[in-house]
Design a protein around this ligand. Structure first.
Ligand SMILES: [Cu+2]
Length: 124
């Protein structure tokens, strides 16, 4: 009885595994939160941007670029993975004037998968 039940379930499980694989692959290197927040507005200019991801990051291939509203890049620091939390990428920025800034991030996670994205934040 049990054996015949397992024979029916095995192909179903295999099919499900195949069906779910792309969804799992796309989930890698996802930006979970940021300071200043994604599409958010802050009244105090941040000295450091903090981007938190869902997986540990590889410092060598993880970058953040910030540009002002005119497209000019801001600051000349490189992004760093937080030694206390490898899911966090930080970027020191100079004092930001009021305005809207775009953030372009690219990361490689511990399993060698790459991901990238952009978002904006504003300083009042
Ligand atoms: Cu991955």
């Amino acid at each position: 009885m049990k054996a015949s039940k397992n024979k029916l379930i095995a192909p179903v499980v295999a099919t499900l595994a195949i069906a779910l694989t792309p969804a799992i692959a796309f989930a890698h290197g996802k930006l979970e939160s940021a300071e200043p927040p994604v599409n958010g507005t802050v009244s105090t200019a941040p000295g450091v941007l903090r981007l938190t991801f869902n997986e540990d990051l590889e410092p060598t291939f993880s970058t953040i670029k910030v540009a002002d509203a005119s497209g000019a890049s801001v600051g000349d620091e490189k992004a760093k993975v937080d030694p206390a939390n490898k899911r966090v990428l930080t970027l020191a920025v100079p004092k930001l004037a009021a305005g809207t800034y775009s953030v372009q991030w690219a990361v490689m996670t511990g399993d060698s998968h790459k991901a990238k994205g952009t978002y904006k934040f504003s300083v009042n």
